[in-house]
Design a protein around this ligand. Structure first.
Ligand code: PLP
Length: 417
């Protein structure tokens, strides 16, 4: 059988496929410690709330009614209206239903947006997506129809006395030429837990406006829900911003519900693409969460339950890691949000892929860091081979046991060199 160019590109073993395979292996090999994937924690209070909610909707018949019908290609009307109200009330944004479209997970939205705003244009011009701050989310890297679709900028790295460091956008190095069709950042960032400062966001917005291109902010972990942000970050949106949100990190990755908040032209484009690709986005997530959007419980749960849960876990994991790996070459990115710790082993004697393989053999799954540099052209950049990502949000015993395995291996590797 012969595959088309599309087939060949989309059937190869991408980083995201390896990650999803590993997640699956964890499910089938129960002794594996899963600190690799991006699965959110099943927070008991959130699960109990959703359980009660689901029972009620089953009783009233609303859940069955929702899944027995197709929604429109923009997504469930009542959910979109309730969300527009919530965003207007909570954040003061001028957002109406014409500014919101739903997709089957925000991953799907990136695929649409990256190919809508970059790639080949009818007049033969080519444009790319710019990631102004590498490392960036692994899931972006393969979401383009053509090759050479992404370009990224190396960060400025600032180190702190407490063993932590933080990436900043290096505006002196950042070049935004006419071949850029979209600027894209995740805030908080997967894999690093970085949160771009308000100043960085304002600066990127200004650059995007000056160039007449949109700024995509991937808010999968951000405010107002699930609000897994530990630093002071002001929510940001305007007519030139495409804000992507998700129900996944709230605790519902299985409902595959992504939310795009943008100007009506972008929303209409997403709606039309959705009609072709999906007919309509899934209705289960919107039906299940509609009441909590209408009564504001989604905000209360995010602020009072979800955020403190992750913040405590992040602090605990940093403490354990720093105790277990007392090496001067070991640095942790300042945890400002999301579910991950980004570990930098400076001058690591082996490639992070080998560290990943060795850990996998010992029953620990992490994600090797080199996948998180989509668009970086410098294949020799040592830093991109010295980091790993660890999901700290798994059960405490797993995180502790995983850190023990990691510490043993890393200490041995440095000792060997
Ligand atoms: N954006 C970021 C930064 C993520 O980490 C993820 C998943 O891990 C997604 C988007 C995709 O989320 P979903 O497609 O489940 O909405």
């Amino acid at each position: 059988m012969e595959f088309s160019a599309f087939g060949q590109k989309f059937t190869r073993h991408s980083g995201i496929t390896q990650l999803m395979d590993d997640l699956n292996q964890g499910l089938t090999a129960p002794n594996t410690i899963m600190l690799g994937g991006g699965n959110p924690a099943a927070i008991p209070e959130v699960m109990a709330y959703l359980d009660t909610q689901a029972q009620q909707l089953l009783k009233t018949g609303d859940l069955l009614k929702a899944i027995a019908n197709y929604d429109g290609p923009q997504g469930k009307d009542s959910f979109i209206r309730a969300l527009a109200d919530l965003l207007s009330k909570e954040l003061g944004w001028q957002v109406g239903p014409e500014n919101i479209a739903l997709t089957n997970g925000s991953q799907t939205a990136f695929f649409y947006l990256f190919n809508l705003l970059a790639g080949e244009f009818p007049d033969g011009r080519k444009k790319k997506v710019l990631f102004p701050l590498a490392p960036e989310y692994i899931g972006y890297g393969d979401s383009a129809l053509d090759e050479d679709h992404f370009v990224a900028c190396k960060p400025e790295i600032r180190r702190f006395d407490n063993g932590l460091f933080k990436y900043y956008v290096d505006f002196d190095r950042l070049e935004v030429g006419d071949d850029i069709g979209l600027i894209c950042v995740s805030r908080p960032t997967n894999p690093t837990g970085n949160v771009l400062t308000d100043e960085e966001i304002r600066h990127l917005d200004q650059i995007a406006q000056d160039k007449g291109i949109p700024l995509l902010i991937d808010n999968a972990y951000g405010t107002p829900f699930p609000n897994i942000i530990f630093s002071n970050a002001t929510p940001f949106w305007n007519d030139n911003t495409i804000l992507c949100m998700s129900l996944s990190k709230l605790g519902l990755p299985g409902v595959r519900c992504g939310i795009v908040i943008a100007n009506p032209t972008i929303v209409q484009a997403i709606t039309n693409i959705s009609g072709i690709v999906n007919l309509a986005p899934g209705s289960m997530g919107p039906a299940l969460t509609l009441p909590m959007i209408q009564n504001g419980d989604i905000i209360r749960l995010s602020n009072d339950v979800i955020k403190p849960f992750y913040q405590a876990k992040a602090q605990q994991a940093v403490e354990w890691l720093q105790q277990a790996i007392p090496l001067p070459q070991f640095h942790i990115h300042k945890p400002e949000g999301a579910l991950f710790l980004w570990l930098w082993f400076e001058d690591l004697p082996v490639h992070c892929q080998e560290l990943y393989q060795r850990l996998k053999q010992k029953g620990l799954l992490v994600v090797p860091g080199h996948y998180f540099f989509p668009g970086i052209e410098d294949g020799d950049w040592a830093h991109s081979k010295q980091c790993i990502r660890l999901n700290y949000a798994q059960p405490e015993a797993d995180v502790k046991a995983g850190i023990e395995i990691l510490a043993k291996e890393v200490l041995a590797i440095y000792g060997e060199s």
